[in-house]
Design a protein. Structure first.
Length: 231
């Protein structure tokens, strides 16, 4: 088992390294801070010598492998970080670092990040614009809106908007949900329900998730993925 784990871990590291190289493109440069974008442009010029990335720029490359350069992950199981409150992002990074929150990928990646970098990473992703998804599942959207705005009367599940806001934009305590990847939301609700994830203050989300069935989770997640921030 140990050899298998080491092999899979090496594969993962290699994959992230590949992602890092792929993201040194104009798209990645646009999402990076001005100094990082400039470095990328110079590095891409055949006549110019390669420019070493700063530790922060390297961390952004590492994050981009799963969350995209601008924090809008296109991988359904991974969360969008764009637009999340800075304090919330930092608190989750600290939870992963301290082991209060676990995930096979993040638990390995977080070992490569110095806690001193959390503030800058959180600040960067909090300033990125959140994209909103679309859905053709009309049946789920209707039920999901009801769960989001009214909760589930039969089981006493509260309305999501009560904590996350009418438009799901959240705050420092409760994460932004509008536009979030539906599959990621479902996975987190299931983790809260089973107790696999337990870093919610006073067990609030664990209590809520236990009052939702899988159909209701899928519906509210689908609805929130299409929810737009109030203008």
């Amino acid at each position: 088992m140990k050899c298998k784990y080491n092999f899979e871990y090496m594969q993962m590291r290699a994959l992230f390294a590949l992602f890092g190289m792929l993201f040194m493109s104009p798209i990645y440069a646009e999402a990076m801070p001005p100094n990082a974008a400039a470095a990328s442009e110079v590095a891409a010029t055949p006549e110019a010598p390669a420019v070493a990335l700063s530790p922060f720029e390297e961390r952004l490359q590492l994050c981009a492998g799963c969350h995209n350069p601008d924090g809008n992950s296109i991988i359904p199981e991974n969360p969008k970080l764009a637009g999340l409150d800075k304090k919330y992002i930092r608190r989750q990074l600290e939870a992963f670092k301290g082991g209060d929150r676990t995930n096979p990928t993040m638990s390995s990646i977080i070992t490569m990040v110095d806690p001193k970098e959390f503030e800058d990473l959180a600040d960067f992703f909090s300033k990125q614009k959140r994209t909103v998804g679309t859905s053709d599942k009309a049946d789920l959207l209707g039920q999901g809106r009801q769960v989001f705005e009214e909760g589930v009367i039969g089981t006493g599940a509260p309305a999501c908007m009560g904590c996350h806001g009418e438009d799901g934009s959240g705050d420092a305590k409760f994460p932004r949900l509008n536009g979030q990847n539906a599959q990621y939301v479902v996975n987190q609700l299931m983790n809260f329900k089973s107790g696999t994830r337990a870093n919610d203050a006073k067990g609030l989300m664990r209590a809520v998730a236990k009052r939702l069935n899988e159909q209701e989770m899928a519906a509210v997640a689908e609805y929130m993925s299409t929810l737009k921030e109030a203008e």
